[in-house]
Design a protein. Structure first.
Length: 344
């Protein structure tokens, strides 16, 4: 079985996880639009792809899958998710299964305004979220919100364009700064869906920050929730975390899963003040915090490969060991450009 990880970027660890699972019974292929992507270093075969929103992107992937007998595609980047989710049937006609949730689920996660509305609908606490400076100032004057507030792109990801405003002047300055940040980055593509309301303003949450890996099978059935207490962040990703046993947060993950019915992993950001938990964001993919789950004994790549082959996965393979602490390291790899067999 050959697997293709798209938009792998710096997720070399995921390439290694899947290679360990296949153990010579198949290959792990990687595509990325950047020819110097670090993940290329770990893959069996690689290809430089068109940009995700390029008209040739899907045809490129289809041709690559046919040529290399790819059985499944697993996208690893938020921008990639809606594009591949909308084309799942097209790939299925070529015998390729795309491990991604349905377009509605992806939309709920990528659009942080829709995330807010969805969480409110299912009764999950989430920070008060607004779409304009005027609404925010009105609520602040009424006393229903207060400074500081968090301002960020509605369709954002990572740490792009996130600011904290302490007063009305900063709110206006940062709001306009984010507009420029969006247009200078790949966020402009999804933000174009509602360009006049492409920024959200949220009340700032205080307390401890947690990350949840909410795992479902390929039919959207709940499997487990792993809870990570975050100790350090870097560039929008978890840098240091501990696996903890929280019945409250595990039940929160199950509740979200039952209503979301996502495929594979759902990465959920949570703040807890010791009394109540508030969900900030959700990402319907492997998140940057998954390695902490993996080193605690969970092997979601193995489970996914079993499910792809029509087999059941032993529930124990998705059970974590609380108390596991991890910290990401920094190391450099030498880029071998000639290793890429395809260049768009």
């Amino acid at each position: 079985m050959n697997i293709l990880l798209t938009s792998a970027g710096r997720r070399g660890y995921l390439v290694s996880y899947f290679k360990e699972v296949l153990a010579g019974s198949g290959e792990v292929h990687v595509t990325n639009s950047e020819k110097n992507a670090p993940s290329f270093h770990y893959a069996d075969q690689t290809a430089v792809s068109p940009l995700i929103h390029d008209p040739d992107y899907i045809s490129f992937l289809l041709n690559y899958c046919r040529e290399h007998q790819i059985h499944a595609i697993i996208p690893l980047f938020d921008i990639d998710l809606p594009v591949l989710a909308s084309q799942k049937k097209l790939f299925e006609q070529s015998g390729v299964q795309v491990v991604v949730s349905d377009p509605e689920t992806i939309f709920r996660c990528n659009d942080k305004w829709e995330t807010f509305l969805f969480l409110k609908k299912i009764g999950v606490r989430t920070p008060r979220t607004l779409l304009s400076i005027e609404e925010t100032l009105e609520e602040i004057h009424l006393g229903t919100m207060k400074f500081p507030v968090i301002i960020k792109p509605r369709f954002g990801m990572g740490s792009i364009g996130i600011y904290e405003a302490e007063n009305e002047e900063e709110l206006s300055v940062f709001f306009n700064k984010i507009k420029k940040d969006i247009q200078k980055s790949y966020l402009k593509f999804e933000s174009g869906q509602d360009s006049s309301r492409a920024i959200i303003i949220q009340e700032k949450m205080n307390g401890d920050e947690y990350g949840l890996d909410v795992m479902n099978d390929l039919d959207g059935n709940y499997q487990n929730t792993v809870v990570k207490k975050k100790y350090a962040m870097r560039s929008g990703e978890t840098d240091c975390a501990e696996i903890v046993n929280s019945s409250e947060l595990k039940e929160l993950g199950r509740w979200i899963s039952d209503h979301m019915r996502h495929i594979g992993n759902l990465d959920v950001d949570v703040f807890s003040d010791g009394q109540s938990a508030y969900v900030l964001e959700m990402n319907a993919r492997f998140g940057g915090g998954y390695p902490f789950t993996h080193i605690s004994g969970v092997n979601l790549p193995f489970a996914i490969c079993q499910w792809l082959q029509g087999n059941k996965a032993d529930p124990d393979i998705l059970r974590e060991m609380p108390g596991t602490i991890g910290h990401k390291d920094i190391h450099i790899i030498k880029i071998e450009n000639q290793k890429s067999s395809h260049t768009y």
